[in-house]
Design a protein. Structure first.
Length: 340
């Protein structure tokens, strides 16, 4: 069978602001979960959120730096599905609430899509998606990735120094439900820490570089329902001399901020909603994995492509749960099994 490809044409940015109000997202936390360092799923809806340390300044982010280190991104999709199944079976996610959800996704996957319209550098990305029994699933891909040089490792070191974690826990997640475009979305969002009952996102930045990063930081934090940003300014030697700047999320965007205004936020959420609506309408129902790709700067920088792969997306245990809970069964067109 010939490879099937569907194409979304990116419009002028200003067109996405029409009728878009980024505040319509209105996410509500519906649960939590955590993963351990040995990749076990734990603490469903009872996860303990990390807190902040009070380390002595200055902070040297070079400690443990390895220029040859490889970063391997592992998707948390299986854990999201485990949370959905378990929460439905114990009643914490009602059948009515589950039936309202159109899209189940990782925050990072939605950030990749949404930031595209604002990204000056036009960075490329790839995701995977499918639609099964009327719900669309979007995930990042398990793959070795560029470590991003010192900046990426310095960012991880800052989190290690600034955040107090359970030594056995790798990551803690919130499950959030909100509206993006015309769809109700359930997403997982890793949370860094809490401070005085406020959710915190910890970031590092060079002095003077925040205007170029604020849209990306805001989108990640806004999708994750973060209250406060802790931004640590580092010098070129990887030293943080002063306490992180604290920025309240409700003050971002600024209506008169030329770097990131309310109009910019409306464009980003309008674009994200439009792409989600397009994907949902185009994907056939049947558990086939579709590659979602943006090739970045170049001849195709105005295109987002969907390509069928013939591979299955959802594991059999989750498909069985969906079929039993909905009383229906979608016909799969894929040819090989997803990882169990």
């Amino acid at each position: 069978m010939a490879e099937q490809m569907l194409v979304y044409n990116i419009k002028e940015a200003s067109q996405y602001a029409e009728g878009s109000d980024y505040k319509a997202y209105k996410p509500k936390q519906v649960g939590t979960f955590a993963t351990t360092k040995d990749e076990k799923f734990v603490n469903r809806n009872k996860a303990v959120i990390p807190t902040l340390r009070s380390p002595k300044l200055p902070l040297d982010l070079n400690e443990g730096y390895d220029p040859t280190a490889e970063n391997f991104f592992k998707s948390d999709t299986k854990e999201i599905l485990m949370w959905v199944q378990g929460s439905h079976e114990d009643g914490s996610l009602s059948g009515k609430s589950l039936s309202e959800i159109d899209v189940i996704a990782q925050r990072g996957a939605l950030k990749e899509i949404g930031y595209t319209i604002h990204n000056y550098w036009k960075n490329s990305w790839k995701l995977e998606a499918c639609k099964y029994a009327g719900k669309m699933y979007i995930r990042k891909i398990d793959t070795p990735q560029e470590i991003g040089g010192k900046d990426a490792q310095w960012g991880r070191k800052f989190e290690e120094l600034w955040i107090e974690r359970d030594p056995d826990i790798k990551a803690t997640y919130r499950m959030l439900k909100g509206k993006i475009g015309n769809k109700i979305v359930l997403l997982s969002a890793e949370v860094d820490a809490t401070d005085k009952n406020k959710y915190v996102e910890a970031k590092t930045c060079y002095q003077g570089a925040l205007p170029d990063k604020i849209a990306s930081i805001w989108l990640q934090s806004y999708l994750g329902k973060i209250d406060v940003l802790h931004i640590a300014y580092k010098n070129r030697r990887g030293i943080v001399e002063d306490k992180p700047e604290r920025r309240q999320m409700f003050k971002i965007p600024g209506s008169h901020d030329k770097h990131f205004s309310t109009s910019h936020a409306n464009i980003i959420l309008g674009f994200l909603g439009d792409v989600i609506d397009w994907m949902y309408g185009e994907l056939p129902d049947g558990n086939e994995t579709w590659l979602v790709e943006y090739k970045g700067k170049g001849a195709e920088e105005q295109l987002i492509c969907l390509k069928g792969t013939g591979e299955e997306f959802l594991p059999s245990w989750y498909k069985q749960f969906v079929d039993e809970s909905t009383g229906t069964s979608s016909t799969s067109v894929a040819t090989s099994s997803a990882t169990e």
